[in-house]
Design a protein around this ligand. Sequence first.
Ligand SMILES: Cc1ncc(COP(=O)(O)O)c(C=O)c1O
Length: 407
Amino acid sequence: MNPKLSLLQPYPFERLRQLFAGVTPNPAHQAISLGIGEPKHATPALLKQALADALETGLAGYPATGGEPGLRAACAAWLQRRYGVSVDPATQVLPVNGSREALFAFAQTVIDPTREGATVVFPNPFYQIYEGATLLGGALPHCVASDPARNFAPDWDSVPAEVWSRTQLLYVCSPGNPTGAVMPLDEWRKLFALSDQHGFVIASDECYSEIYFRDEPPLGGLQAAKELGRTDFRRLVAFTSLSKRSNAPGLRSGFVAGDAALIKPFLLYRTYHGGAMSPAVQAASVAAWGDEDHVVENRRLYREKFAQVTPLLAEVLEVALPDAAFYLWAGVPARFASHTPGLSADEAFARALLAQYNVTVLPGSYLAREVGGHNPGTGRIRMALVAESAECLEAAQRIHRFVSDAR
Ligand SMILES: Cc1ncc(COP(=O)(O)O)c(C=O)c1O
């Protein structure tokens, strides 16, 4: 067996199952899960129709890994409309089967494990795929804390020059999961300068870009590059997805765009890996990228929901409306730290909340790693507000009662 498999950590939901083992949720309440970040709003009819129409011919042949020119053009046109950036659909865009597999596969393309101390840097807490991709790629992870003190911006200045010098890949996540923070232009400027100095590649994970709560849409990585005069997008690839934008996590469709010198070897890797997208999914994706009405409506639903739920929870938890994405990343009262021996405050909170009110939230410590004695997720919980408004509001009311009763 591949010995690197033994390096993988248990996935957060596996740890949650263990935490909840032996807990009987209060039967007086219907179960509500704010645990998994899976979109639950309706998939738009135009996407389903395009998929159904394409089934007539769409399953009869092997697709090319590079995708149909029409899909690449639709992706490039969306980037132009959304960010005002121009990419060459033939050389700077590649369809992928959701951003998850692409974020993983990209590391396998970029990392050279034969170089001493090969390192991948990413924020802490983080989307778990970054770590698995790093370890299976034969590199060392270096996690950078995103603390509330800096409005959840990762503390890039804390990374020693010696670590940057052996860094081959940097994952950034903006809007962030779980923090919802959007990276401003100054942060991009800093990271581009570090990339120029040390030669590492930047993978910009942007799958939450269309769900935002400020007037200004989140800045994208390619957009930041363009604004800083880097129109060749050197050493930068952005990852985006229809899963959240178009409520289609089961479609498995996204794309990457950026530096042609990285897209080319990535296509080569994907050809062997088997990363081609079904022609039917490609047709549905063209329809989805070409329509913004459903995206505006989707965003409206999230805004309405967050406007109802956030102030209520802010009365009992340390939480505020995020820049973007669909999570609340909340601090729990310190008294939960001594609630259950052997459990951190976030674990104790999640376990007791399930037992008393049948609401599932994810302990923040499961999404982060302890570095230098500090786990930036400890004492926080992640709540995914993906269900319909009424259900999320009901969950918030129960959490309010739970925290108030536990005073
Ligand atoms: C930060 C982040 N990146 C990427 C993904 C992958 O999404 P998909 O593979 O559906 O595009 C997720 C999914 O939850 C995520 O939270």
